[in-house]
Design a protein around this ligand. Sequence first.
Ligand code: GLN
Length: 304
Amino acid sequence: MDYQAILESIYEDIQPYLSQGKVATYIPALANADTNSFAMSLNLLDGRSFHVGQTQKLFSIQSISKVFTFTLALQRYDKELEKFVGHEPSGNPFNSLVQLEYERGIARNPFINAGAITITDLLTSANKEVFEEILSFIRTISHDESITYDPNIAQSEAKSAYRNYALINMMKSFETIKNPIEMVMDTYFKQCSIMMNTEQLSKSMLFLANHGIDPISNKSYVDISRAKRIQALMLTCGHYDASGDFAFRVGLPGKSGVGGGIVATMPNHFSVCVYSPALNANGNSLAGTKALELLTTKTGLSIF
Ligand code: GLN
């Protein structure tokens, strides 16, 4: 398969879609992103990689960080985790409050904000310096020690995070959050503002595409059944209330972030990351989703 030619043809095909979405403005620091930017990187398990567009351009990973924190929480809590956060799609936007009250402060899944904040709280209970642990894990699986976060983006989000504060306050009232609110939110904003490019993010997903074992270092990060669970949740919950639509169009486990990134895996074959900052109505990269749809169509590879 000529992956490079496929990526190049996708790059041409998505041009008309770049201007169709809207960048996230509820985090002021994201509002000025250049909607012409596009990048796509694909890594095969055998070590080869293919790239098109601005694949060195750093962007904040936002909710893609939830895959990394969920992985760390599964390593630490395993089946216990099910007591604290569910594994069903919410059918609601990523920052929705409605379900959380009638489900008594237990978030539906780790990829909506309430669930991700719960996961960050659980990790904080085990390690007060948890942000260092998250960053170090991301650096290790990306094979890149230069990865860091952008304090301006973290601060910008903190200043306007009314909904996230509403979510954590609601959970605190149900006593499902154990640590001080400011401590948890500080880590959450930092993890969302970690800056990566598509080359780093695609590489970071290789262990999931390979049943939990990083094919570069041969190191195992999760066992085969946890790798299955993480990717099952990416498929069913990774795009919030558009997860069904993403599965329908793309057919791969994927996780989006409002910074414009989407990561996806094709188990036994490849990991991929696409970046385009203009989002659709569900907060997922519009041209990025289209690019992944074209990828599975042109390669004939999806999990189905
Ligand atoms: N930091 C963002 C938020 O909490 C992440 C949301 C996202 O990427 N969907 O609102």
